[in-house]
Ligand binder design. Structure first.
Ligand code: NAD
Ligand code: UDP
Length: 353
């Protein structure tokens, strides 16, 4: 990479995690270029990134599958590294529309990697997911846990990881002077919002995920939360996940970006890191944390288990601590309070008056 200020291309930069990454990058002195087709986001998020940071970014309203548009962007901009967030992410929808997911996520990524290689931009941070791991008796996942995604969404992530490992392997043999330097970040459960309450998760329609659902119950948009199963082999019977504050998560991306320039990556390569807190919380613990922030009860009822859900899993985040010098800093209270701050300031998300 060249000298500062480095320019980072953020694909999916108008989305939930990408918008928080743009804020951290701009605040850290990077220049930011965003590509987003706005299929699951609003341009208002970009305006708010600029408002929070007092800095500007350059935005291209384009689809990653448009190779001509990508080539033009790489010809116009001098990009040092790419953070690749763009993708579709709803597990249920991926089971109903697998072709859409393979086309958007896998073909879209291939199109991006082709444009990067043509422009000789070979530093990449990729948004992967804990869904690439296989279900086993082990509840804590290290990076060497067996892989085995169980739905089309997870398989798109697993396939993109494979493609990137193959790219890096091929490259160290034939093109050592400018090798691919790739970090795969496997996220656990990102929640929360920027402390300003100006950017956050803005799901379309009824949310699938726990935190947006509880917030909409708390604000009165939804009547009650269904707790999917209280007969799991966990202390209170409800499912356990490793929730991570979105700001901690994106700080992990900046650490990963810095790691690409260290001698560890001199010869290129492709390496995966978990981004999680290393601690699981049950659905009931999340409800109680939310109730403490609200000062009143959350309406919920126990419902049957949701198909495909595991009882419990959480990250082993030691590799990211040892090699990226990253660990979570925010507490469960921060995650819930920031989710609620965003919800109350924006009851209708980015469409709020
Ligand atoms: P998001 O939907 O809020 O953001 C994704 C962005 O990508 C959106 O702005 C969307 O408009 C854009 N996009 C999608 N397809 C595109 C295409 N073909 N061309 C251009 N833009 C496109 O999702 P998010 O929660 O911010 O997730 C970001 C990434 O992290 C995704 O790749 C997701 O799979 C991954 N991830 C998310 C979670 C999570 O729980 N949020 C967990 C693990 C991994
Ligand atoms: N969950 C729930 N009710 C909901 C949504 C989620 O009880 O309306 C539970 C779900 O069964 C899991 C946890 O909350 O145990 C986290 O689910 P989420 O969809 O947020 O993330 P996942 O880990 O499934 O990707």
């Amino acid at each position: 990479m060249t000298q500062h200020p480095l320019t980072i291309l953020v694909t999916g930069g108008a989305g939930y995690i990408g918008s928080h990454a743009c804020v951290e990058l701009l605040q850290a002195g990077y220049q930011v270029v965003v590509i987003d087709n706005l299929c699951n986001s609003k341009p208002e998020a970009l305006t708010r990134i600029e408002y929070i940071t007092g800095k500007t970014l350059r935005f291209y309203h384009q689809d990653l599958r448009d190779k001509t548009a990508l080539a033009a962007i790489f010809a116009t901009e001098t990009i040092d590294a790419v953070m690749h967030f763009a993708g579709l992410k709803a597990v249920g929808e991926s089971c109903q529309k697998p072709q859409l997911y393979y086309d958007n996520n896998v073909y879209g990524s291939l199109s991006l990697f082709e444009a990067m290689a043509a422009a000789k931009v070979k530093n990449l941070i990729f948004s992967s997911s804990a869904t690439v791991y296989q279900e086993t008796d082990q509840r804590q996942y290290s990076e060497n846990h067996p892989l085995g995604a169980i739905n089309p969404y997870g398989r798109t992530k697993a396939m993109i990881e494979e493609i990137l490992r193959d790219l890096a392997n091929a490259d160290t043999e034939i093109n050592a002077e400018n090798p691919w330097k790739i970090i795969l970040l496997r996220y656990f459960n990102p929640i929360g919002a920027h402390e300003s309450g100006m950017i956050g998760e803005d799901p379309d329609g009824i949310p699938n995920n726990l935190l947006p659902y509880i917030s909409q119950v708390a604000i009165g948009k939804l009547a009650q939360l269904s707790v999917f199963g209280n007969d799991y082999p966990t202390p209170d019977g409800t499912g356990i996940r490793d929730y991570i504050h979105v700001v901690d998560l994106v700080k992990g991306h900046l650490k990963a970006l810095a790691a690409l320039t260290t001698e560890h990556f001199n010869n290129g390569g492709c390496k995966a890191y978990n981004l999680g807190g290393g601690h699981g919380y049950s659905v009931m613990e999340i409800i109680h944390a939310f109730e403490r922030v609200l000062g009143r009860p959350i309406q919920y009822s126990i419902a049957p288990r949701r198909a495909g859900d595991l009882a419990e899993y959480f990250a082993n985040p030691k590799l990211a601590l040892n090699e990226l010098n990253w660990q979570v800093e925010k507490t469960l209270h921060d995650m819930v309070a920031d989710t609620w701050n965003w919800q109350t300031k924006n009851p209708y998300g980015y469409n709020s008056p």
